[in-house]
Write a protein that binds this ligand. Structure first.
Ligand code: ZN
Length: 415
């Protein structure tokens, strides 16, 4: 199972953080938790196909958590999706979606199964139950009805000791299947082969809890109980504890408390207030109380099992490729002399700094004055002539680096 944070901002996006959403990748299917307005673009940038989404789970109806679903559904419609999509969320979600498409005079032609949960008396519900996993929902404590989710794989059967089985006379497939299912097998000669002697202990399934927009509450602990990854909001630091309570949010310390009480293996904090330009302040606070904590970084995958890492998520553009492309284009674009001139100017400062450190001040000052005066006047003329030609090429090159997905081979999120 792989978790890809798609948006980690709270309430308002910043230049580097987008609105709430996290994707869970499992066996070729994607399960989306919340759908802020940028979600479908972030999926593209993460190299995740939107057509692979099976279910969307919405936590609550605050605008930063669900408005992206209209654009996403529109894209799925344009992609001619035929497969059913399941949408789970608080009551009112279906009305919102249907109103939007009616307003735009668009017919959604693929089937959507809605499961809306009502606040009154709601305690717990299994909202998805498949052969290999289930998803449960519990109410959290926010300024409005808000749901937390837990994605739980069912325990996998233990490994079969084939050698032992053969010795006891097991030879056919159906017999192995019976043993794996926990049933004893009676052979033709009447001897009984016991399942528990052949099959090892069941292996616990993967688990992931999505808890956002809540103050500390018992249901958050229940959702996170013994999970591999607890994805929990940490909107504020402890210095803004009062504000957190007033707005129905958690501090980093609250998130760590839930992690401690639920005995999760890894806490990932998310949903950072825009006032924290550096969320590492929140990380430090959470780590003081619960050490295996990490920050949700957009597009950086979190593997629940490190052995699943390689080759599963391929970034659209690797950082190496991106850099090479940029260099190549520049050389082609501006002619040899001109591009060289520009390059020299760019790198001169660095060279000087390093040479002055290494070699001392032998001929530093004279070199500096002669080179800089001659080259700067040349460059001014070249710049003017070349400006129009280069502009178009530069615009193509000028992609902001932060949208480049990180590779999944980064050690950061392994645990
Ligand atoms: Zn929020």
């Amino acid at each position: 199972m792989i978790i890809v944070p798609l948006g980690v901002a709270s309430a308002t996006p910043t230049t580097t953080r987008h609105l709430s959403s996290a994707a869970v990748w499992r066996e070729g299917s994607i399960y989306l938790f919340d759908c802020g307005e940028n979600t479908q673009m972030r999926m593209l940038q993460a190299g995740m196909k939107r057509s692979k989404i099976d279910c969307v789970f919405i936590s609550h109806l605050d605008i930063d958590h669900y408005t992206g679903i209209i654009g996403l559904l529109s894209t799925l419609q344009l992609q001619r999706r035929e497969r059913e999509l399941k949408i789970v969320g608080p009551k009112g979600l279906k009305e919102f979606i249907e109103f939007n498409f009616k307003f735009a005079e668009v017919d959604i032609t693929f089937p959507i199964e809605y499961l809306e949960l009502e606040e009154e008396g709601f305690e717990h519900e299994v909202v998805v139950d498949e052969e290999e996993f289930y998803v449960e929902a519990r109410p959290l404590e926010h300024t409005k009805f808000c749901l937390g989710y837990r994605f739980q794989e069912k325990d996998k059967p233990g490994k079969v000791d084939a050698e032992k089985a053969q010795k006891q006379g097991i030879s056919e497939d159906w017999q192995y299947k019976e043993l794996k299912a926990g049933n004893d097998v009676t052979l033709d000669d009447g001897t009984v082969v016991k399942s528990r002697e052949i099959v090892g202990h069941p292996r616990p399934g993967d688990s992931f809890a999505y808890v956002t927009d809540t103050v500390y509450c018992r249901n958050a602990v229940k959702l996170g109980k013994n999970t591999n990854v607890l994805y929990h909001e940490a909107t504020f630091g402890s210095s803004l504890k009062d504000k957190a309570e007033e707005t129905g949010h958690s501090t980093a310390s609250d998130a760590a408390r839930v992690a401690n009480e639920s005995k999760t293996k890894l806490l990932v904090i998310t949903h950072f207030s825009a006032r924290y330009t550096n969320p590492y302040v929140l990380l430090r606070e959470a780590r003081d109380e619960f050490h295996p904590t990490w920050i949700a970084t957009e597009l950086r995958p979190i593997m629940t099992d490190p052995s699943h890492e390689r080759g599963i998520i391929q970034p659209r553009v690797s950082i190496k490729e991106f850099n090479n492309k940029k260099k190549g284009n520049k050389n082609k674009s501006g002619g040899k002399k001109k591009s060289k001139g520009k390059k020299k100017k760019k790198y001169r400062k660095r060279k000087k700094a390093s040479s002055s450190k290494n070699k001392g001040s032998k001929s530093k000052s004279s070199k500096r004055s002669s080179k800089s005066s001659s080259s700067s006047s040349k460059n001014r003329k070249k710049k003017k002539k070349d400006h129009k030609k280069k502009k178009s090429n530069d615009d193509q090159d000028r992609q902001p680096k932060h949208i480049t997905p990180r590779t999944p081979f980064d050690d950061f999120d392994r645990f």
